[in-house]
Design a protein around this ligand. Structure first.
Ligand code: GLP
Length: 241
């Protein structure tokens, strides 16, 4: 695993954006896997800036997002559809028809997950998947549990994730309790994976990624079975490990 430790959040964001730009510049029609959460926001700002400056061209990429709350309206400010539009898609020259996010409005969640998985396969698989990490070691919304799921699926959020994400909602009771998420195999099939982590709250999860354990208690620990993972983090997430 490659590990890039940056001084702070800003440097982490620049370093991560550079990796994405290298990917897109070397393969303009890349299939990109995008993530939400507060961690990648700075990286998306960098990408938008560099796209305006002509340093990267999103027009030929296809995008698949990791996850979405369920159910949730696309227009809801907490939906990941809204997040991606606000933070990246409206600021770069992406072709909207080639952006994909699990549909929080789908009537049949199981059918939506099956179709999503097939769409990724049909696109040729993900070239580069960006991941944040939940405080509890989740990736996408693959939560710590005795068993994990391989493919895109409907899942229940743990109390720890509901509490962590409550900061975006008016109260914890308004956080959806379910989500649609790529599964562990969907993520592991990506050709390259870049994991972002910032702040001391992520230390336990970063440690589970870097030590020798492979455990469903920390889904992120499974990534050590992948041959092309880069962790880009700041000193606060890494210090003393
Ligand atoms: C959410 C998302 C994850 C994300 C995680 C961390 O629950 N489903 O994909 O990585 O939270 O979020 P943050 O970056 O805000 O700490």
């Amino acid at each position: 695993m490659k590990v890039v430790v940056c001084k702070n959040y800003e440097e982490m964001s620049v370093a991560a954006a550079k990796i994405i730009e290298e990917q897109i510049n070397s393969k303009p029609e890349s299939v990109m896997g995008f993530a939400t959460g507060s961690t990648p926001v700075g990286m998306y700002t960098e990408l938008a800036k560099d796209c305006s400056a002509g340093k990267v061209d999103f027009s030929k990429i296809t995008a698949f997002n990791l996850d979405e709350y369920y159910p949730i309206a696309h227009s809801d400010e907490n939906s990941y559809v809204y997040f991606m539009k606000e933070n990246l898609f409206s600021k770069v020259n992406v072709d909207y028809s080639k952006t994909n996010i699990p549909d929080g409005e789908a009537k049949d969640a199981v059918a939506e997950c099956e179709q999503y998985e097939k769409k990724i396969e049909k696109a040729g698989g993900i070239d580069l998947q960006i991941l944040g990490i939940g405080k509890n070691g989740h990736i996408g919304f693959n939560e710590p549990d005795a068993k994990l799921y391989a493919n895109t699926h409907l899942t229940s959020l743990t109390q720890s994730t509901i509490d962590a994400n409550a900061r975006f909602f008016e109260s914890a009771s308004l956080v959806p309790t379910k989500a649609l998420t790529m599964g562990m195999a969907t993520i592991m099939k990506a050709k390259k994976i870049v994991v972002l982590a910032s702040g001391k709250d992520k230390k336990a999860a970063v440690s589970a990624l870097l030590d020798d354990r492979i455990t469903t208690d920390f889904p992120v620990s499974m990534l050590k079975m992948h041959s092309d993972v880069t962790l880009v983090c700041d000193e606060a997430a890494y210090m003393d490990l």
